[in-house]
Design a protein around this ligand. Structure first.
Ligand SMILES: Nc1ncnc2c1ncn2[C@@H]1O[C@H](COP(=O)(O)OP(=O)(O)O)[C@@H](O)[C@H]1O
Ligand SMILES: [Mg+2]
Length: 143
């Protein structure tokens, strides 16, 4: 399996949003983005950027209490947060696999909590705290 790894350092929230925006504008549908990183790392900020890049101007809220939020843009964006899930069973109950469509983009915060539900070709993004407000964003595409 060929891997393409890219690392970006951002120094503020806006830069992280811009990284997301660039990604979002490149998405054609069928992308699944597994977002990992500690609380406050910037997963929701990055998702806001992705939404912006997909032509979504809605306010992006953290889906923590809802498991998933849906947005209409060039493609549908399904924004998941696995943080409060206790077992993968809860994902089957809401029909998780039906969200993984070729004409939609799926972003999952805390994806590492249930790696077994992720498709093999997902784009893994890790956000790690650095000094001050810096964040190290690693994007790994499995192609
Ligand atoms: N370089 C940066 N990138 C992203 N967010 C940053 C950065 N520096 C500071 N922040 C702040 O960190 C917080 C990230 O919050 P959020 O995206 O909700 O985190 P998460 O969803 O990972 O828990 C925001 O308050 C944001 O302003
Ligand atoms: Mg979040």
């Amino acid at each position: 399996m060929e891997k393409d790894i890219q690392t970006i350092i951002t120094t503020n929230e806006q830069e992280t949003r811009q990284v997301g925006e660039q990604l979002g504008s490149s998405f054609a549908g069928g992308e699944v983005i597994a977002l990992n990183g500690d609380l406050g790392a910037g997963k929701t900020v990055l998702t806001k950027g992705i939404a912006l890049g997909m032509g979504i101007d809605a306010h992006i809220l953290s889906p923590t209490f809802n498991i998933v939020r849906e947005y209409h843009g060039r493609k549908m964006l399904y924004h998941f947060d696995f943080y409060r899930l206790t077992e993968a069973e809860e994902l089957y109950e809401i029909g998780f696999s039906e969200y993984l469509r070729e004409d939609a983009v799926v972003v999952i915060e805390w994806a590492q909590l249930f790696p077994e539900v992720l498709p093999q070709n997902c784009i893994c993004i890790d956000i790690v705290y650095g000094e001050g407000d810096t964040r190290k964003i690693t994007i790994q595409r499995n192609a």
